[in-house]
Design a protein around this ligand. Structure first.
Ligand code: ATP
Length: 209
């Protein structure tokens, strides 16, 4: 049995059932017994202002998966100085895990279309297995736009690791808006996350939308 670890990075502001369903179904599909949630510290593609402090996003991830032995939560990006680049995080993981452990990094289809613009994108694709979560019936990316950055063999691996995950129309931006309007997050997020948002008065103003 392959020894595979699925790494899943995101802003997770807040983490919701869409994230958790995508992560668990992708892990099952890829035969990864363990999933690590990695909230980003300073996502390079999002304005820093308006993002909830990392400590809260970490705590919500921990609350979301508490008691589920498949999951752990990693503070590497939240604690690291500077912007969060996936290549730095994967290098860290590669340095602390045995070579026999295959590292998988989960992204969404939009991120795959953009992957060529990521820092050291070609090196990243060699260092870990990029797994793309796509909705049933998805349109494949235009591989020609990725050809300037990736070798054919890398493109073939990217294509082979697109996995179908259920369509769950929840997005974190809409959840922050709901909270700001005083609407409940119940059923959109795990109950412990809903409780955490309430206890800490998160998302009371319409920011970061
Ligand atoms: P925001 O609305 O704040 O931009 P987001 O949920 O789109 O939030 P992230 O928290 O960074 O952004 O998401 C982490 C990863 O989860 C991304 O790769 C994103 O594509 C994916 N993702 C987000 N929402 C869903 C969903 N409902 N189903 C599956 N994957 C999702």
């Amino acid at each position: 049995m392959a020894d595979r670890l699925l790494l899943f990075g995101g802003t997770f502001d807040p983490i919701h059932h869409g994230h958790l369903i995508a992560a668990t179904t992708a892990a099952e599909w890829m035969g990864a017994a363990r999933i690590v949630l990695i909230p980003s510290g300073r996502p390079p593609h999002k304005p820093a202002a308006g993002i909830t402090p990392g400590a809260h996003r970490l705590a919500m991830c921990r609350a979301a998966v508490q008691g589920d032995p498949r999951f752990s939560v990693c503070d590497f990006e939240v604690e690291a100085p500077g912007a969060s680049y996936t290549i730095l995080t994967v290098r860290h993981y590669r340095s602390v895990h045995p070579p026999s452990r295959e590292l998988l990094w989960l992204i969404g289809l939009d991120a795959l279309r953009d992957l060529g613009s990521w820092r050291e994108a070609a090196a990243l694709v060699d260092l870990c297995t990029i797994v793309t979560a796509a909705r049933p019936g998805y349109a494949a990316p235009d591989w020609n736009t990725l050809r300037p950055v990736f070798r054919e063999e890398q493109l073939a691996r990217l294509a082979a690791n697109i996995v179908e995950t259920p369509r769950v129309e929840i997005d974190a931006t809409a959840l922050r808006r709901r909270a700001a309007l005083g609407q409940s997050l119940r059923y959109f997020v795990p109950q412990a996350v809903e409780q955490y948002v309430r206890d800490h008065g998160l998302y009371q103003t319409k920011t970061g939308g």
